[in-house]
Design a protein around this ligand. Sequence first.
Ligand code: ADP
Length: 326
Amino acid sequence: MAGINCIGILTSGGDAPGMNAAIRAVTRAAIYGGLRVKGIYRGYRGLITGEIVEFKTQNVSNIIQAGGTILKTARCKEFQTPEGRKQAYEMMQKEGIDALVVIGGDGSLTGARVFATEFNIPIVGLPGTIDNDLYGTDRTIGYDTALNTIMECVDKIRDTATSHERLFFIEVMGRDAGFLALNGAIASGAEAAIIPEISTEVDQLSELISNGFRKSKNSSIVLVAESPVTGGAMGMAERVKNEFPQYDVRVSILGHLQRGGSPTAADRILASRMGAAAIEALLEDQRNVMIGIRNDEIVYVPFSKAIKNDKPIKRELLTTLRTLSI
Ligand code: ADP
């Protein structure tokens, strides 16, 4: 097993519900497999500064249900420099850490890839992001919880939208990916989703207005993915005010509440499966791979693929949304 005796685990970048369930699974599976585990605090920063604690099974007790990450997370500029990564490598050697499990999004896995290549370290990544924007996996840890949170928020906003007969633009996260907006719109019965993936193809706002909002309803809700391409909910509202002043428009930006909360059963199970799979992968001598899930089967996705490719949205979901909002 490639001389791995001790693994380090860290969470990095944007936090996501289910990260704790993943930390628990990685820790327990590693100990079960006869490995030692070290928890690295504050992402790559902690790897540089040595904020590292040995983890036993009790360290991860009672955390599966908690949102956020007990390991804390951070963004670390030094890790983007060769000197910073060298310090991180030296710290790993000092701590006797032979391999890493990195839980995070696109940026964190990009860092993992660079680090693994430079120093020939076995690293396995877990896709931890509410955005669901990593290629090669059907779902990412945190996505389902965020989707459910969005659905609950939209349900509430609908009450006031209906009472006042307003057009609401609700901005959701997604960092240039429309998964949360599109599936959030379907789940909450919204009229439309404005997403970056098709922003350059069609003027989604004009299309929406010219199709007419649903006639049988006295309010309209449109989910907008935050992105420079869509202009976000504010950008949409500005346009409506200028181009279609007959509408009474309101904006709601859901913001960070989408990141919080206790993970759903789906996210806990996904994180548990992926966490255990990360240890299995390391013991099988896999390296530089992200654990993914496809058709309910665990798969290994090379970092190069997971990071470099844009994950496509399912076009049929747009059609479904349009069909159901007549
Ligand atoms: P996320 O993982 O949620 O996409 P970020 O994009 O903020 O979050 O990335 C998290 C951290 O990963 C950064 O603060 C940095 O330490 C590291 N990172 C990102 N890109 C690189 C890179 N190209 N080289 C080295 N480290 C990187």
